[in-house]
Design a protein around this ligand. Structure first.
Ligand SMILES: [Zn+2]
Length: 352
């Protein structure tokens, strides 16, 4: 490396060889010099409403939470059905006030008789043990098959008793339906998430039985049919690429809250539109990370919400989502308080 931090070998390459640079070797360093703010703790105590810590040591998670001003963390157990109660008990023993648990829908006996009846019973058991909700993952609509081999529809009316019972029990249903728009397109030179999909070919749903639009429409019809049931649509309702459409969904379904987990990359590349969205729906969005609890990860979120910093890295898994940088939203205090904590507190209070 020379004094510019650049590899002299790369700098000396001929114009011809630059044309043939592999995309995977392209790692441009921004020459932009603009203000950078590091925010150690959020302006208001925060609740991480979407994380997965089944496999982590609770004391280590609490250490990170303390360092980063995370007052509470909601663990979405990935152990199906009542098996998740083991995680719930372990977290409750570690700290009864700082962890909550969302159960995970158990589909393993889907094609057996009385599946829905047993699912309702499992939901009852989870709620009785203290689970605040149940998550239904994207395998519904994309992979789960009915007895006849067809893909099970999200709005299959046989599932209605489950959603109705959730309302009676006072627990919510969290839906992660479909996935980013680019995951439904061919993994080719036009795909904005080409590198991510190349690294994870199994994340592609190109050619799925139901289109992304159909999946979201099926999910929305469940929202419509169960107005008394509270729903959380994870990952900005899987429509962060189209916040105008997401606004229409929210207006139509007052029983739905969003969590913004794992979508900072999408929100931060459209800071003007995203900021207007947050100001328009301050009561409908929950802070969540969906990333391994680490100081730098949480602090990246605070920088995004609280500053007007420009062109910086978004928090992400090891594999990045797309080749772009993000911009801070500089949200006002009234919005920050609700996103970080207030909206989650309301949902938690009504789920216990
Ligand atoms: Zn998640």
């Amino acid at each position: 490396m020379d004094s510019d931090g650049r590899d002299p070998f790369v700098s000396m390459m001929t114009a011809e060889s630059k044309v043939n640079l592999n995309l995977s070797d392209f790692a441009p360093q921004s020459m932009l010099r603009v203000a950078e703010h590091s925010i150690a703790r959020p302006k208001f105590p925060a609740i991480d409403f979407h994380n997965h810590i089944d496999g982590l040591e609770p004391s280590e998670v609490l250490r990170v939470m303390d360092a980063c001003g995370i007052e509470q963390l909601v663990n979405i157990t990935m152990k199906p059905g009542t098996e998740g109660l083991e995680s719930l008990a372990r977290l409750h023993a570690a700290s009864p006030n700082r962890f909550s648990t969302i159960a995970w829908m158990d589909w393993r006996d889907l094609v057996e008789d009385n599946f829905v009846k047993r699912s309702v019973q499992r939901l009852e058991q989870c709620a009785a043990a203290g689970a605040i909700g149940m998550k239904i993952w994207k395998d519904l609509g994309l992979r789960l098959r009915d007895r006849d081999g067809s893909i099970l529809r999200i709005d299959d009316s046989r599932l209605d008793p489950l959603f109705a019972r959730a309302a009676e029990l006072g627990v919510f249903i969290m839906f992660h339906t479909a996935d980013p728009a680019a995951f439904f397109l061919a993994t080719d030179a036009l795909n904005e998430r080409y590198e991510e999909l190349s690294a994870h070919p199994d994340w592609s749903f190109y050619g799925s039985a139901f289109s992304r639009e159909e999946l979201l429409a099926q999910r929305n019809s469940v929202f419509t049919r169960h107005p008394a049931t509270r729903f959380v649509a994870a990952h900005m309702g899987e429509q962060p690429e189209d916040l105008a459409a997401l606004a229409t969904m929210l207006e139509a379904h007052p029983n739905v809250q969003l969590d913004m987990s794992a979508r900072v990359a999408e929100l931060g590349r459209q800071p003007f539109t995203a900021r207007r969205f947050f100001l328009r729906f301050p009561d409908r969005i929950l802070f969540g990370a969906d990333l391994l609890p680490e100081e730098s990860m949480y602090r990246g979120h605070y920088r995004f919400f609280e500053t007007d910093d420009e062109y910086f890295d978004y928090p992400s898994h090891a594999s990045r989502q797309g080749r772009w940088q993000i911009y801070g939203l500089a949200l006002p205090d009234t919005v920050l308080e609700r996103i970080y904590r207030g909206n989650a507190m309301k949902l938690l209070a009504s789920s216990r």
